[in-house]
Design a protein around this ligand. Structure first.
Ligand code: 5AD
Ligand code: SF4
Length: 466
């Protein structure tokens, strides 16, 4: 561990502050203090928030979804695209009145957006009612920040990056009981030219396989039926670990854990998607038959400018290989429309790839310049309006493809993990290829694997338990 601090020392320090906060809480509040955690962005943030909630509960806070009744309001933010940032600032603004109306309220901002110096300065200057702002490497320090602020310290701003290690053993409050997140690595080394993640999440760090396996086992023992392995780039898992291991091997080891459960993973980078990994997906019966493989653009010129390190032919070959090796596999992807310098001809290349692959679904984004990334300094002559027109064209093309894909399921039967009630006696679940199906059934079936036959496609797949 860097700075010569062991993981245990860090947990001990945290525990010390947890105890101190627990001691002073009854002197400050005449009720159990409530914490409202607002989470923006990707699953990594959702997973971080589960740990933040665990730490707050350990200090004696209870959780609430209503910020107006909270004594601690936290914003765990996302920096990937601009509009997420605007939303956060709007919501932070609403806590000003809350603090006026009620004493003892603390407001905290953390996550990817907070990690940026420019945001830290803005909050310092223009949001005086924010008590603490900290970056992505400091979750374990929350008890210390709260203790200091509750005992009269000035406002706290901590976005230092000298500590960039995975902290093991933090308390956790899991939001669900059936599907759970399991981060296997943090950060990203890829530096795609449009992306802020490597700057705000730091360098790639993999968790030790034993820690990952222990967490997976504890989730399965607790009754979880689906484990989502998380990372910005899961398939480069293992880099820098003492033990030699890659993502394919990790999948095999988790698959070998006894129990009836499903393994999912995201996000995979096409350049790290090896045949060995595809074979592991094929061989491991618990691993979903689905790959989320963002290709971002179909134009080789744009892919180069994005620093993606594959071309459209390489991507299409990979898809072909996956289809060959894994029967029934489905694909989803992320696409950016309107990268600086992209022309309509480049965009047509993206449409070509979309049509050739036949994705189940797409996550599509209009390019959003991010301060500090190389792409933010590139010429970007195409207007937002024109990008919007291309974007709509892409959605229309994909809608047709999704519809065709869904219609092909009618008459087939699948093993479905029943996830939730959608009301009126209906349930919804996912196949192993990550396809959603709705069907009639009793809520007691939630959390069970069921055989479901697809009867029809309306705007969704509807089926019957067989
Ligand atoms: N603008 C638009 N989309 C972006 N993404 C990442 N950075 C940007 C940006 N600056 C998209 C990519 C990535 C997904 C998580 O978000 O498609 O895969
Ligand atoms: Fe961003 Fe590229 Fe890393 Fe994904 S792989 S987080 S897009 S830099």
């Amino acid at each position: 561990m860097s700075n010569n601090i062991s993981n245990q020392q860090m947990l001990d320090t945290m525990q010390g502050y947890i105890e101190r906060v627990k001691e002073i809480i009854p002197t400050l509040y005449d009720h159990t203090p409530l914490a409202c955690i607002n989470t923006y962005g990707c699953q990594q943030n959702v997973s971080d928030s589960e740990r933040i909630k665990g730490i707050l509960e350990a200090m004696g806070y209870a959780l609430t979804d209503d910020y107006r009744e909270a004594d601690f309001v936290l914003f765990n933010t996302c920096a990937v695209r601009g509009h997420a940032e605007d939303r956060v600032f709007g919501n932070i603004g609403r806590t000003k009145q809350l603090k006026k109306d009620k004493g003892g309220v603390l407001v905290a901002v953390c996550g990817c957006m907070a990690q940026q110096e420019i945001i830290c300065d803005k909050v310092k200057k223009s949001y005086p009612y924010v008590d603490m702002l900290f970056g992505t490497h400091h979750i374990q320090n929350i008890p210390e920040y709260i203790y200091r602020r509750l005992t009269g310290s000035g406002r706290i701003f901590d976005i230092s990056t000298d500590f960039n290690e995975v902290v093991e053993g933090l308390p956790i409050h899991r939001d669900g009981k059936i599907k759970g997140w399991l981060p296997i690595m943090h950060g990203c080394d890829n530096f795609c030219t449009y992306c802020i993640v490597p700057y705000v999440r730091g360098r790639e760090k993999s968790r030790k396989p034993d820690d990952v396996l222990a967490e997976a086992k504890s989730m399965i023992d607790a009754g979880f039926k689906e484990i989502m392995l998380l990372g910005q780039n899961v398939n480069s898992y293992g880099k820098g670990l003492d033990e030699e291991i890659n993502f394919a091997e990790l999948l095999r080891r988790i698959n070998a854990i006894e129990g009836d459960f499903r393994i999912r993973f995201m996000t995979s980078h096409p350049k790290d998607c090896t045949v060995e990994l595809l074979e592991a997906v094929r061989d491991c019966e618990k691993v979903e038959r689905h790959l989320h493989l963002p290709f971002q653009s179909g134009s080789d010129r744009i892919l180069k400018a994005m620093n993606r390190r594959y071309d459209s032919e390489g991507y299409l070959n990979l898809i072909k290989k996956a289809k060959e090796l894994i029967p029934g596999v489905t694909f989803t992807s992320d696409i950016i429309v309107g990268f600086p310098g992209e022309t309509y001809d480049d965009f047509k290349e993206t449409l070509r790839v979309v049509k050739e692959v036949g994705f189940q679904a797409l996550f599509t984004f209009i390019y959003s310049p991010r301060n500090g990334t190389p792409a933010a300094n590139m010429d970007d002559p195409v207007s937002r309006e024109e990008k919007g027109v291309w974007f709509s064209e892409l959605l229309a093309v994909q809608e047709e493809i999704s519809k065709k894909n869904y219609e092909a399921y009618v008459g087939t039967t699948h093993r479905v993990l029943c996830e939730e009630s959608v009301g009126e006696g209906r349930l919804s679940g996912k196949t192993s290829a990550s396809v959603d199906i709705e069907f009639e059934g009793d809520e007691s079936l939630i959390g069970r694997f069921l055989e479901v036959r697809v009867d029809k496609f309306t705007n969704l797949l509807e089926g019957t338990i067989v």
